[in-house]
Ligand binder design. Structure first.
Ligand code: F0G
Length: 340
């Protein structure tokens, strides 16, 4: 039987014997080498790794924080849980709340949530509120609804979410036998980079340089100001005013890393390369870190040592984006000769 990550890391997480553990067997995701991508980035064989967070129970890294946030909400006798989300947090909250028997309400930016994520929230039985506006506006709407409602907010402003997500760093250190030299990852609301940095800080002296990438049309941390109308094909990170801004900037500065931006074209190129060269289908937002790595390698940024890219969500979350591309395909009559 696979233990969930609270049981695995109990001594390093804020739980007590009285905490009721709500788990779907999250964590323990694969870390696999990506030698073809390494070659394209001019890196030595065996130096580049992908952390496949799409292998979590609801298909994204959000499950790491949600197992803890929902367990704590149950312990605190919350009436229910709610969140605003670009889709993955909602899917994860809905699943863990269903398992806990707690009502769940999700606030989604109408028209900007990938189909698979919406399908998940529907299936897990969440109440769905579609907000005409972007993620930042959906979050403000959700927080106003939460006030004196008895519902616990399970966005990454919830401290248990960050605590749970820090376990990604623990796993990478176990899988590599030491922390990597660099970690590349997408940045949206900035909770995940904050969480990984906490995990690495708690784990020892050597720490990776944290390399975060935002979509160019939604890059408030790069511009140094909120973006009122964020725009990107990578809907999961279509966020103009990140809640965990301070955590992300601290991760960048304390680690000697950077937070930069990548264009939609660069994101899509990396997304397709991951699938075709490495057999790894992630969602577009997840490819932002790899797009950043390729961008820096083109600019001859000095990269040395082992590098991990976090692929935050599964490609099947978003079945619509791939279908927009042109593919060669043909239809034949059954029984006709097909030459290869
Ligand atoms: N990748 C994916 C697939 C995401 O869903 C998110 C965030 C991120 C990266 C960025 O992580 O916000 O911690 O910097 N998704 C949130 C959501 C906002 O509502 O599902 P972050």
């Amino acid at each position: 039987m696979k233990l969930g990550l609270i049981e695995k890391y109990r001594s390093r997480l804020p739980v007590t014997p009285a905490t009721p553990i709500v788990t779907l067997g999250e964590g323990g995701t694969p870390l696999i080498p990506a030698d073809k991508l390494a070659a394209i980035a001019g890196l030595p064989k065996g130096s580049l790794f992908l952390k496949i967070e799409g292998a979590n129970p609801t298909g994204s890294f959000k499950d790491r924080g949600m197992t803890l946030a929902i367990s704590k909400a149950l312990e605190d006798k919350a009436r229910g849980v709610l969140c605003a989300s670009t889709g993955n947090t909602a899917a994860s909250a809905a699943a863990y709340a269903a398992r806990a028997g707690l009502p769940c309400v999700v606030f989604l930016p109408k028209g900007n949530v990938a189909a698979g994520k919406l399908a998940q929230s529907l299936m897990y039985g969440a109440r769905i509120v579609e907000v005409r506006g972007n993620f930042d506006e959906a979050l403000a709407t959700a927080l106003a609804a939460a006030k004196s409602s008895g519902y616990t907010v399970v966005n990454s402003s919830n401290p248990w979410r960050i605590e749970g997500q820090k376990t990604g760093a623990f796993e990478i250190i176990e899988q590599l036998g030491a922390p990597p030299a660099f970690q590349f990852m997408p940045v949206g609301n900035a909770g995940n980079i904050t969480a990984y940095w906490r995990g690495y800080r708690e784990s020892g002296k050597t720490r990776p340089r944290m390399m975060g990438f935002q979509a160019a049309g939604a890059a408030p941390l790069v511009l140094g100001r909120a973006v009122l109308k964020p725009k990107t094909i990578a809907t999961a990170i279509r966020i103009g005013n990140p809640v965990s801004r301070e955590g992300a900037l601290a991760a960048r500065d304390e680690s000697g890393g950077l937070i930069d931006k990548v264009t939609d074209a660069e994101i899509i190129a990396a997304y397709r390369m991951l699938a075709r060269l490495e057999g790894v289908f992630c969602e577009p937002s997840s490819a932002a870190g790899v797009a950043g790595l390729l961008k820096l390698s083109r600019a001859r940024f000095p990269l040395k040592g082992r590098i991990v890219c976090i692929l935050t969500g599964h490609g099947l979350k978003d079945p619509e984006t791939p279908l927009k591309f042109k593919y060669k395909r043909k239809t034949v009559t059954a029984g006709s000769r097909v030459t290869l």
